[in-house]
Design a protein. Sequence first.
Length: 380
Amino acid sequence: MALADIDAKRFPVQKHQKYFERHLLILPSKYQDNEPNKLAIVAYSLIGLNILGIDTSKKYQNSKAWLLKHQQCARYDGFSIAGFIPSISIHIEENPSFSLMSTLFGLWCIICLEEDGLDSYHEELDVAGICRFVSKCQSENGSFVSSFDTLASGRILASSIDPTDLRYAYAAVTILYLMGCRNTQDFGRYISVEKLMVFINAQACGSGFGQYGEPHAGLTSCALSILDMLGDQWSTLPSPFFERTIDWLLHRQVSSQGSMTLMTNSNECYDIDDHGGFQGRENKFADTCYCFWCLNSLNILQKRIETKFDRGDILSEYLLEKTQSKLLGGFAKNNENDPDLYHSCLGLAALALNSGEFDGTVFLPKRLSRRIRMEAEVGT
Ligand SMILES: [Zn+2]
């Protein structure tokens, strides 16, 4: 069922709209505590509103120039590189603070503010500089760092302390995708796809992707989204691995019925209120955000392997009845916490994935991602 068709008593759209709009009151001023996270706050709010069917491009058009000020360039090894910095008020000119994550959040914001289609959004961006930035973030082992260190000499180098898990590889590939790359040949102009695939293979563990040998739903979604965007690298991993991954993902949905009951009754992490929700790892409580990560992974794999996730009804029930705040708007992590912006956006994204209205790979409502996918075909 489309989100717009859900009864207003079960899904009070206006409450959710107000919830996201409250977060956008920070645009473009104040809220200094949240300064380093500002682009993330704006992106989650704008994406949330667009999932609700609200066109943000007109209402927040005046903020586009402010957002574009976050796009900065720097010199790196004789090349000009560009990206989005997390904050213009704490930015130091000689010390470029742009990162893969703030660049991805910045691009999502710009896409949500494009009027009259997305034909011109590349014109406002330093596409070549952004692609070169992504290129410089790749490490020798194929993984990615998110940012740079500036040395006393003024030279800048890829960060020596950033974590290099699959989240940054996802950000790197998504940025290149949004810049127009569509296959290994396109991506290969900026990054080594071969090394990236070696890195992704090294993160495969039995029935999903993760660090330290344990599959993790969030990292699995990152890896599968990367494969989906690269398009032509699926054969690098054997097909039984993907079948086991589907099985593992299906078993992450907590159920109080059937054979799962026997397993879950003896499990101290089992909570009857989690029925229908997804957990991120084995023996964990259900969590709104993992409903998105697991469902996105299942959606991607369902396009390639014959299988069908058919428990969308209890998933919606879990989100609408257990983690949604019908009073304040927004979604919480579980049935005990207060709503927060991250889980509100991911909760809505999970519902919209379930109703076929969301493109989980690039994390945008289909209404927006369709235009990007079409635009790139005409192409950069
Ligand atoms: Zn969560």
